[in-house]
Design a protein around this ligand. Structure first.
Ligand code: ZN
Length: 485
């Protein structure tokens, strides 16, 4: 039995500006999100963690993970052990990351099948997940790209001119209490037991921002029009906070107008390039956001699909899909420890497993085992540490977290790009600013270039928002899934 770890209003100097937040309320279903305005305030005093590192399991520093724990439908002893594990997992990460601000976790432990109706399917069972509760749309001045910054990460930035009023929780975590978990301090781990601590530390790392935005949501949507549509990947399609409800409602019908507001990345995507080249993944995002200038209302899903097919944008998306299923094709550059290969060996692409992990075959038996997508049962974290060496978080993983903007206990401050809140362009189609945009009709199979007409001009760097046609039934994830076969 293996575990598959799948994965505003701005008030500043008297000026009120809009900033945008993306809420993922259910860590078990990251494809569902809401976009809204968020507010800012004055910078608060930072609470820095003390410099204590632990490679083993004795910790005397400051636990910067603040856990709000809920337990339902489970015996009190298991609840207590689960709570202690959530705390210990925070200590382990606090021992190697020098947090400027605490990380707040909304952790829940409950039986998934009886209370959430999430039961074993096709021999596999979702056993838990942690995911950023809120991400903030921020524009990186170093490359003029806008990305979704998980709140836990954004809190660590030292030079935010405008500081959001942080949402209560940075990370939502939910784990199934029906699993045969191994808890620390309960004797030897049995062959079929999963080490809860290892899974929680892994999932916390996703919650801190170890996430890749590339997914097949749009491909899934287009299958309504063409079930044989060739697979492709795009970054997260997203929608502006002032989208009209009527636009959202009409887009649920394939015959209704379909807005496209662009794709947006996570910060991890900025670090990824095609192995052996200087082509960065972010460049592909930038190219894709040229489609309809990321501000277009197609007459129907059929029109949208044909515009996509006859454009060059689809070729970019096919290329990234093909890379995502070829081993060793996408890497994070690393001068000190060698380039890191992301998980691109799964074919077909598995949302939540592919790209958002270290390559399983390269790193599972190394000190950087933590972020591969599979976890062996019958081994606890102490045994992993003993057999692989180092600490729970390997040097490659720590270097990635540092590149994202986290400061490490045993290193100088990380280099953090200058970030400013994304400013929504005026007159985005289908919003309160532009409620009745002209609709683009696409003459299918007539021309080699798209005949879609953007309803207004928007620069690529501003192209950041989304689409509302993602099928809600899709289960997407950085989930931990246990294979029962
Ligand atoms: Zn994972």
């Amino acid at each position: 039995m293996n575990v598959l770890l799948l994965l505003s209003l701005l008030i500043f100097n008297g000026i009120v500006e809009a900033a945008t937040c993306i809420q993922h309320s259910d860590p078990l279903n990251p494809s569902k999100y809401t976009v809204s305005n968020c507010t800012s305030g004055h910078p608060s005093h930072s609470t820095q963690s003390q410099r204590h590192r632990r490679d083993e399991l004795a910790f005397n520093g400051t636990n910067m993970f603040h856990i709000s724990f809920s337990c339902y439908g489970t015996d009190s002893l298991s609840c207590s052990r689960a709570k202690n594990t959530f705390i210990t997992a925070g200590e382990i990460i606090s021992s190697v990351i020098r947090f400027q601000k605490p990380v707040t976790v909304n952790a829940t432990f409950l039986p998934f099948c009886s209370m959430l109706d999430i039961c074993p399917t096709d021999g596999r069972k979702v056993i838990g997940s942690a995911y950023p509760a809120v991400s903030h749309l921020m524009t990186d001045e170093s490359d003029n790209m806008t990305r979704m910054y998980p709140q836990a990460l954004l809190k660590q930035f030292r030079h935010l001119g405008e500081v959001p009023n942080w949402a209560s929780f940075d990370i939502n975590a939910k784990f199934d209490s029906d699993i045969n978990w191994y808890f620390e301090g309960t004797g030897a781990v049995a062959n079929q037991q999963q080490d809860f601590l290892r899974i929680v530390v892994h999932e916390y790392i996703h919650g801190l921002g170890f996430l890749n935005s590339w997914n097949n949501y749009l491909w899934n949507t287009f299958q309504q029009v063409d079930p044989n549509c060739t697979q492709f990947l795009t970054p997260m399609p997203i929608s502006p906070p002032n989208q009209l409800q009527s636009v959202y409602d009409q887009a649920q019908d394939a015959d209704g107008p379909q807005p496209f507001w662009g794709f947006v990345e996570y910060p991890l995507d900025k670090l990824v390039k095609i192995n052996g080249t200087n082509q960065w993944l972010s460049k592909s995002t930038m190219q894709l956001n040229g489609w309809g200038n990321s501000n277009v209302m197609f007459a129907s899903l059929d029109d949208m699909y044909h515009s996509w097919q006859i454009s060059n944008y689809s070729n970019t998306a096919y290329q990234i899909y093909n890379l995502s299923i070829q081993p060793d094709s996408l890497t994070i550059s690393n001068k000190n420890f060698g380039d890191i290969c992301l998980e691109t060996s799964l074919s077909p692409f598995v949302v939540g497993s592919s790209l958002s992990h270290f390559d399983n075959k390269l790193y599972d038996n190394t000190v950087d085992y933590l972020m591969v997508y599979q976890a062996d049962p019958g081994l606890n974290m102490q045994q992993y540490v003993a057999s692989r060496g180092g600490g729970p978080l390997g040097p490659k993983l720590l270097s990635v977290l540092q590149k994202l903007g986290y400061d490490l206990v045993l290193a100088a401050n990380s280099t953090q790009p200058k970030l400013i809140p994304w400013q929504q362009p005026k007159n985005m189609v289908g919003t309160t600013d532009n409620p009745s945009p002209s609709v683009s009709y696409v003459a299918a199979l007539v021309s080699t270039t798209s005949s879609s007409t953007p309803s207004q001009t928007m620069t690529v760097s501003q192209a950041v928002t989304g689409i509302s046609t993602t099928p809600l039934s899709l289960l997407i994830t950085m989930l931990a899934i246990v294979s029962l076969l």
